[in-house]
Write a protein that binds this ligand. Sequence first.
Ligand code: HEM
Length: 310
Amino acid sequence: MLPYFPFGQQFNDKMGTMPLTNRDRFIDVDDHYQSEVALKRQLLQELPAYYFQSAPVQDLAQWEVVDLILNNLASAYPDTFRLQCEGDQWLWQNSLLNEETSFTFGDSATLPYAPLDWVGRQLQEDLLLLSGDSANLVAGQLCFGNGWSLDEKMGLPFWEIHAPINPIVEPMMRSAQKLMERLPAGKPIWRLNWSIKASDQLDMTSRHTPALNQHLNDCLPDINAENAGDHLFIRIERQILSRLRESKAILFSIHTYQNLVSRERSERPQSASLISQVLRTTPEAMLAYKGITPYFNHLINYLNTGTITN
Ligand code: HEM
């Protein structure tokens, strides 16, 4: 079952942001930790410059992320992660990976990778850094992006990252931009994003778009109202925005979760009707943007247990 379920009574055109409280996990370590971290590391080894990029002057922000994340992991999962700090000499122990790393905090030469790149290899989340008045994307480790890549968005301000903005979500995006400008340090917020996919491939960065489109075309003839739930996956992103205290940059972390529609349906009572209600109230342009249009009717019919609609 998905740990988060963003389907309510209808399509929500609001930001859906909530304060991240002390009870909420900042970094989520789940049963997929080992496989997802291994996949991340494999991708980073194959195409390092595609999956990790940074503007040259982001050292302070990158180290703040190391500090934030390691301290969070060590306090949220004390049996799994351990952090010992003696002045600038830090020792990080990760028992899930059976790894130990000692380094001098603030000295990038003592880590095997850039600080953001190194710390990103300790967790399942993608990590992005935005900086300046217009919140430009200045650094990131993005392995599980949903239809985008660092190559396309690096350097762009928040507004242009989202361009062209669909008129349906324009008011939401204006509020989001204000929120980015005003987000105070130490008061992180989170939101969920959702989509429905014909594949559960985690790495959906743009280099895979042609192959994923081909896969969809190949599966489409097999999808019908009886089996749509066995072909389609719910893909959820839990996104957290945190302002860093010293650099004032914003850390944007994304944890991607997925589940087969039929599995979610059997595991979570009411999920079929809630997903159906949201899909039926989602504007057509948004369905098209999310790539759901080609199987929309079959999916709705499946969720409504087989009633045929057109
Ligand atoms: C409160 C903050 C944010 C809100 C409300 C928001 C909202 C949205 C919405 C509505 C979409 C359209 C897709 C969908 O709904 O499935 C989207 C796409 C996207 N968002 Fe955000 N977003 C936020 C923060 C960010 C940040 C900080 C980044 C930084 C990298 C980002 C990067 C993207 C990208 C790359 C896309 C895909 C754009 C494309 O199709 O090229 N978002 N976002």
